[in-house]
Design a protein around this ligand. Structure first.
Ligand code: XIL
Length: 334
């Protein structure tokens, strides 16, 4: 008998899943209810989708997810108040198309954060306040985004302050990817430490966890988690998936409808990798306050379209028919 993923892990950490409104119907909805105790909106709470024009919010899709969370007693992580991607066109420019001043940008940011945080105050327990502000280039500290260009690094602290003002009780996270890379990890550590020392209201660090059957290694995973514990902050895995493709040199000729690519060898590699990842997570249960998968099942993963279009991936615990994969049974057996 299958107790459901979260029940197996009830003495360890809550397990969540990224969802879009269309996942809240039919078989995926059942899968969500049976296996997860928390959700993250995959796209609909990002600033572009939820705030397409300065004077217009698109609340309906986000409201749907919030209502599903409430109806099913699930926790909700908000994602994301400030990001360089999926931001609306109007945000950075004036009516003539020129960059706005940082004063104007802060006014807009404050309005946005206040409105969104306030609306979901009753259901969201944690927000990704700033997403991906650190550069991937080893010799560059901050990402060269529109935010950075207009405001300098100060926008990060501002976003946390606006979020705290809108809700004194919600947990506020900095979230990023490639945290397993030691150079990027140190930059994130340094930035977060600096925020803490400056008295900026930050409660946690989100390690996205877009990994693969090839990385991280066990020692790298342990080093990644260890780096952020002992700071007095929460640590969460916020966007877990285990791609069957290596990050570089990925074959670009695989079609989304080609499901022969998930060979037995890759299945075994994925089992070994997920097994290791969850063993390390369980050993760190005092340090990890939640683990969230990025998407429900292999029926749909954002990796089907990223980093290359139309290349099917199989990164999750449930298959294309929304049934548990062999790797699921391994992850719940301990
Ligand atoms: C992705 C979504 O899954 C896609 O549907 C969308 O097209 C692009 O964004 N890091 C994040 C997430 O913080 O918001 C991203 O989500 C995946 C990478």
């Amino acid at each position: 008998e299958d107790l459901g993923l979260s029940t197996y892990y009830k003495d360890y950490f809550p397990i969540g899943v990224a969802v879009s409104p269309r996942a809240l119907k039919g078989k995926q909805a059942q899968l969500i209810k049976d296996n997860f105790v928390s959700m993250t909106p995959e796209n609909v709470m990002k600033s572009g989708p939820i705030h397409p024009k300065e004077d217009k919010y698109n609340w309906a899709p986000a409201d749907e997810i919030a209502a599903f969370a409430k109806a099913n007693n699930m926790k909700l992580r908000g994602h994301a108040l400030l990001w360089h991607n999926q931001a609306p066109d109007w945000l950075f420019v004036d009516s003539l198309g020129n960059d706005v001043s940082k004063e104007v940008l802060y006014e807009r940011l404050e309005r946005h954060i206040t409105d969104v945080v306030t609306r979901y105050k009753d259901v969201i327990y944690a927000w990704d306040v700033v997403n991906e502000a650190i550069s991937d280039q080893s010799d560059v500290f901050y990402r060269d985004s529109k935010w950075y260009q207009i405001c300098g690094e100060e926008f990060i602290a501002k976003a946390f302050e606006f979020a705290r003002a809108a809700d004194p009780d919600v947990q506020l996270f900095y979230n990023d990817y490639e945290v397993i890379n030691p150079v990027k990890r140190e930059k994130i550590y340094k930035m977060v430490k600096g925020l803490q020392e400056a008295g900026v209201p930050i409660d946690g660090v989100g390690i996205q966890g877009h990994w693969s059957v090839y990385e991280p290694s066990e020692s790298t995973l342990r080093a990644t988690i260890d780096r952020f514990t002992g700071m007095g902050l929460q640590v969460q895995i916020t966007e877990l998936d285990v791609s069957i493709y290596p990050k570089e040199h990925a074959p670009r000729d695989k079609r989304a409808d080609d499901d022969d690519t998930f060979t037995d060898e890759l299945k075994q590699k994925q089992i070994v990798q997920y097994d290791m990842i969850f063993r390390v997570f369980r050993e760190n249960k005092e340090k990890l306050s939640s683990v969230t998968f990025w998407n429900v099942s292999d029926q749909y993963s954002w990796l089907d379209h990223f980093p290359v279009p139309d290349r099917k991936d199989y990164p999750l615990l449930f298959d294309q028919n929304n049934e548990p994969k062999e790797v699921y049974w391994e992850v719940v057996k301990f």
